[in-house]
Design a protein around this ligand. Structure first.
Ligand SMILES: Cc1cc2nc3c(=O)[nH]c(=O)nc-3n(C[C@H](O)[C@H](O)[C@H](O)COP(=O)(O)OP(=O)(O)OC[C@H]3O[C@@H](n4cnc5c(N)ncnc54)[C@H](O)[C@@H]3O)c2cc1C
Length: 306
């Protein structure tokens, strides 16, 4: 499917770059305001590795691809929506409009642009870790903690906030903080121990278990430890170079850069809005959907001069 709407126009009120949770949410609101909107999407949502999304109202435990397929069908039912299943490679201001170029060279013109292209995660290069991402290697206990409650849990040390992450994960079960060669000052170590968090200093050699499940880890000192879920804060980068091309201001968080926006999700470039993971921390489907609503209502008001 490359288009959901037969209309072949390349002139729109709004182009939305990225058609997953934030982008489809923005497109829904704009379509309901009877605005012409073109959604461009490469179908690589950040949580595509997970079998189920949790904590999403009405869709708890549903596969992310199924939630998005349903949302795409609903958005497509609006007559002013056009869908291009292609990568947007360039967004350029041209007078009071923007030219958005797709990877096949097609150019779409829009009065406003909503960026919703998500983040790309960089995972630690530990054997057995990347293939378990979204299954037994997880980013967030609120999203994937309940399913592992009271089992052997771990947190991989990535940055000073990993110690707080370990304390949080301890709410779901017995947890070990794997320092993987990093050091921890004695006071923090004592605090963690007092809260029931074990600390292991050795490097992790590999994650082991059948398929994408995890049963234990192998440590550099030759020992094994039982482990059923490992929480890892990924380093993330913006999934598209469009933000850099446009020169939008960024904020730098411990987990990577995000696009700076005001309360209406407008970036530092007037007329360009950003929603979802690229424009906030922390991250979740529900927050991305809410951002899409904020951006869309702000865009609509800007279009009518309010
Ligand atoms: C493993 C994992 C599991 C998770 N589980 C949960 C969970 O259970 N519950 C929860 O609430 N949250 C979960 N999250 C967080 C959730 O995935 C994100 O918060 C959410 O996907 C953000 O939505 P988004 O629309 O901002 O970005 P994304 O979902 O990443 O969507 C971005 C879209 O833009 C497209 N795109 C990128 N570049 C371009 C371009 N140049 N042109 C056109 N299209 C482009 C992509 O293909 C993609 O479809 C999880 C995250 C991970 C990593």
């Amino acid at each position: 499917m490359t288009e959901l709407n037969a209309a072949g126009t390349t002139e729109h009120d709004v182009v939305v770059v990225g058609g997953a949770f934030a982008g489809l949410s923005a497109a829904t609101y704009l379509a309901r305001a009877r605005r012409t909107v073109c959604v461009m999407d490469t179908r690589r949502p950040r949580n595509r590795f997970a079998d189920a999304a949790h904590g999403v109202l009405g869709f708890d435990g549903t596969a992310p691809v199924d939630i998005l397929a349903r949302a795409r069908t609903q958005v497509a039912a609006y007559p002013t929506v056009r869908w291009r299943e292609r990568e947007a490679v360039r967004v350029e201001p041209q007078g009071d409009r923007f030219a958005v170029t797709l990877d096949d060279g097609e150019v779409h013109m829009a009065r406003k642009v909503v960026l919703a292209f998500g983040l790309r995660d960089e995972l630690p290069d530990i054997p057995g870790l990347p293939e378990r991402w979204g299954h037994s290697v997880l980013h967030c206990p609120y999203c994937h903690g309940f399913e592992f409650a009271d089992r052997e849990l771990g947190v991989l040390y990535r940055m000073p906030s990993s110690a707080h992450h370990a304390r949080l994960v301890a709410e779901w079960g017995p947890v070990t903080l794997y320092l993987n060669g990093a050091t921890l000052d004695a006071q923090l170590r004592n605090e963690l121990t007092a809260h029931g968090v074990s600390v292991v200093a050795e490097h992790l050699v590999s994650l082991e278990g059948p398929g994408q499940t995890l049963t234990h880890v192998e440590l550099a000192n030759g020992t094994q430890r039982r482990l059923e879920a490992l929480y890892v804060a990924p380093e993330s980068c913006l999934a598209s170079p469009i933000a850099a091309q446009l020169g939008v201001a960024l904020d730098h968080t411990p987990l990577g850069p995000i696009i700076r926006t005001d309360a209406h999700k407008q970036t530092s470039v007037p007329g360009v809005y950003a929603a979802g993971d690229i424009a906030r921390a922390p991250h979740s489907v529900s927050w991305a959907v809410a951002d899409g609503v904020t951006a869309a209502t702000a865009v609509h008001r800007a279009l009518i001069g309010m």
